[in-house]
Design a binder for this molecule. Sequence first.
Ligand SMILES: [Zn+2]
Ligand SMILES: [Zn+2]
Length: 167
Amino acid sequence: MNEDCSRRGHVTKFGYRRIRLPGERRLKMAHVLVWEEHHGPVPLGRELHHRNGDKLDNRIDNLQLVTRLEHKRIHSGCILCDDVWWKRCRKCLQSKPETDFYNYPGRNGLMGLCKRCCSRTAVEYKRKRRVRRRRMVETLPATERWRDDAGRRDAPECSEALGEGSD
Ligand SMILES: [Zn+2]
Ligand SMILES: [Zn+2]
C-alpha cells in the first residue's frame, strides 16, 4: 500500500498526492490515507504536517498531527520548545519566544518582526515619511508651497517620535 501510494494518482497544485481507491469514486489525499491506516481518521480540526517539508514524502514517520494554528506557526518558522513557541524575527534574525512578538489577527497569530524591531521600524518609517514630505514641499512651485503651508493642519513635526522606541 505504501509503495502504491508513492506512485499512484496525481499531484495537486498544492503539491499533495491524491489517489483514487479501488471501488471508490472520490479522490483522497495520499498522506491522509497513510495516517488513517496507522491511527484512524484525522480528528476534526486537526491537520497533518509533513515533518521534513516534503509533501510527497508520505511515510508515517514523516507525518505529524497538528492543530491549524500549530500548523501555520510551523510553516512560518516557529519552533515549539518546552511549551513555548519560538520564532525567528524577520529583521534582526534572532530567535525569540512568542511573548516578544505582537499578536496579529489571522495567519499564524504573530507578527513577522519582534516587538523591538516593530517599534524601530515604525520610528524609521515616520522619519522617512517626514523627510519625503519635506522634500516634496521644497520642490513645489512657490504658489503651491504657500498653499501647502497654509492648508496643512498639523503642526510641523520636529520633536515628534524622536524619542519613541529607542532604548
Ligand atoms: Zn505542514
Ligand atoms: Zn527583531
